[in-house]
Write a protein that binds this ligand. Structure first.
Ligand SMILES: Nc1ncnc2c1ncn2[C@@H]1O[C@H](COP(=O)(O)OP(=O)(O)OP(=O)(O)O)[C@@H](O)[C@H]1O
Ligand SMILES: [Mg+2]
Length: 243
């Protein structure tokens, strides 16, 4: 089967800051690809290029075999690319239910009724059913991370882009997120998951990509990549304090 996502020779510079020099990888259908790399390596920038928020200086992004490099954010959402934000972005004065429902109405053109039905299913999947009427701004960090995933699911994506959905959580909270991602995988979604938490990379992903020096340094099985010389060299002891 053809990959769901292909990234070829992707590069981006901000003035003289050459953040991505040449990034190449593919994502298979129903695969969960973890992305690691030091702070400032360009992980979020890469995600922003995939969503269309940033235009690359060079290179090509294909989704389901179609060149989407020139497509807008909204076109990509309609094609089936959903994302979360590193800093949760839910509307604080709306309930969890309303946040997810709004995602279906604006992200997928559903009627309020259809979006409401979908929101009920999603809230169940992310473990927020009991707090569906709570205001997003009153939720704990774990629940706001759940809600971020829920809003990303609301637009009916095939590919999900997660930016540190486990960041800042305790070990047991990370397990809750891992369980949600497993459910998402079982439902057939494909996921690119940026994370610093090593536990999530080892347990939650099929493959891991190391992004550093503007390049895809290494990709492979999670345990192999995490134990590699390249990770050791690039994280230089930072590795353990993150995990
Ligand atoms: N819109 C922008 N304009 C100019 N420079 C930017 C922009 N967005 C990001 N950068 C720069 O790109 C580099 C990579 O940033 P990015 O946020 O992608 O890192 P990251 O790998 O996600 O790091 P972290 O692990 O801390 O989240 C940084 O040097 C940042 O200052
Ligand atoms: Mg980032």
């Amino acid at each position: 089967m053809a990959p769901i996502l292909t990234v070829e020779d992707l590069g981006i510079s901000f003035g003289s800051n050459h953040v991505l020099k040449s990034v190449n990888y593919t994502l298979e259908e129903n695969e969960i690809l973890g992305v690691i790399g030091p702070n400032g390596a360009g992980k979020t920038v890469m995600l922003n290029i995939l969503t269309g928020m940033l235009k690359p200086t060079k290179g090509k992004v294909s989704f389901n075999g179609e060149d989407i490099t020139g497509k807008s954010v909204n076109e990509r959402v309609r094609l089936g690319i959903g994302r979360t934000f590193q800093i949760p972005r839910a509307f604080e004065k709306m309930t969890a239910y309303e946040n997810v429902m709004t995602g279906g109405v604006f992200g997928d053109g559903l009627s309020e009724r259809q979006a409401g039905d979908r929101a009920v299913e999603i809230l169940e999947m992310i473990g927020l059913s009991e707090k569906s009427m709570a205001f997003a701004g009153k939720l704990s960090l774990l629940d706001r991370k759940r809600l971020e995933i829920g809003v990303a699911l609301a637009s009916g994506p095939k590919l999900l882009l997660f930016d540190e959905v486990a960041g800042g959580l305790t070990e047991s909270e990370v397990s809750d997120i891992l369980a949600i991602v497993q459910r998402i995988k079982a439902e057939g979604y494909s996921v690119i998951w940026i994370e610093h938490v090593i536990q999530t990379m080892l347990k939650g992903t099929d493959r891991v990509l190391l992004l550093a020096d503007g390049r895809d340094i290494l990709a492979g099985l999670p345990a192999e990549v995490m134990a590699s010389e390249e990770v050791e060299r690039i994280y230089l002891g930072v590795k353990k304090s993150h995990g």
